[in-house]
Design a protein around this ligand. Structure first.
Ligand code: CA
Length: 277
């Protein structure tokens, strides 16, 4: 005599009750990738380095969900320790990983380990020496009154002065139509400078006369927390790249105080530089 249907159902393994369209439960067919290899890291707070793109590709026949575990040597600080995603068949799914090291970290070779279950990919990480820099602000710690969510605080000291790459390499504030805004750089020790170069947004589509800084003061200070000295005031500016020169002085910080922009909206800075020549 056949058993009642309900008993049969209860006796089935749970997996057989999952609808056929559901994701596969195994990660056996997920390929791990990372670019670039090796990834280089410079021990400066705003230097553009240590950026790795993680990837997972489902090489199986069904969609799946995978969890990548991300770990690294103790010397490395990682922006994430896990990358989890739904993976359609055959499609590369990517996520960024930022690797940083403290200032003063000695040049060395390290490793970041990416794993899914028993599969591992070991990515070489090379800590580079701090490069010799003409522009003493390059890669140093930026500071701002606010930073718009789509922008990067470090965008104004990353060495990229190209307004056409504004989205990837510029800064603007988060207080539309409200001024003043400030953007500056803190140095770890007094550094002699005699020239400051400021690049505001000045692209083909968004010329400085339309979207750039209009009224602003360029300031320096000699001691942390000390008073600011204005080295030059600009009013009614319509130029993209501006140079300020003065008698050499030792400073620990440089900043731009923006009172208005040409669209009266945001304060947009592509790059702030300072030189001793
Ligand atoms: Ca930049």
């Amino acid at each position: 005599m056949p058993r009642p249907r309900s008993t049969v159902l209860l006796a089935l393994p749970l997996a057989l009750l999952v609808p056929a369209a559901a994701v596969a439960s195994s990660n056996d067919h997920v390929e791990i990738s990372a670019t670039p290899q090796p990834v280089e890291v410079v021990p400066l707070p705003c230097f553009p380095s240590g950026k790795l793109t993680l990837g997972m590709t489902n090489t199986g026949r069904k969609p799946t969900i995978a969890d990548m575990h991300v770990s690294g040597d103790l010397a490395l600080t990682l922006s994430r320790h896990q990358f989890s995603s739904y993976l359609p068949v055959g499609q590369l799914v990517k996520a960024p990983l930022e690797i940083t090291v403290p200032r003063g970290t000695a040049p060395a070779n390290h490793t970041v380990d990416l794993s899914i279950d028993r599969d591992h990919l070991k990515v070489p990480v090379v800590v580079q020496p701090v490069p010799v820099r003409d522009n003493v602000l390059l890669g140093e710690q930026a500071a701002a009154s606010s930073t718009n969510g789509d922008m990067k605080l470090c965008g104004g000291v990353d060495g990229n002065t190209d307004s056409e790459q504004w989205g990837a390499s510029g800064w603007h504030d988060a207080t539309k139509g409200v001024f003043p805004d400030t953007y500056g750089v803190d140095l770890v020790q007094p550094t002699t400078i005699r020239r400051i170069v400021l690049q505001t947004l000045d692209s083909r589509r968004y010329p400085a006369a339309v979207m750039g800084l209009r009224d602003f003061d360029v300031q320096v200070r000699a001691t942390q927390g000390g008073p600011w000295t204005t080295v030059q005031e600009f009013r009614g500016n319509t130029t993209g790249r501006l140079t300020v020169t003065f008698e050499p002085m030792a400073v620990v910080a440089v900043q731009v105080v923006v009172h208005d922009s040409n669209d009266h909206g945001y304060s947009r800075i592509i790059e702030l530089e300072a030189y001793d020549n």
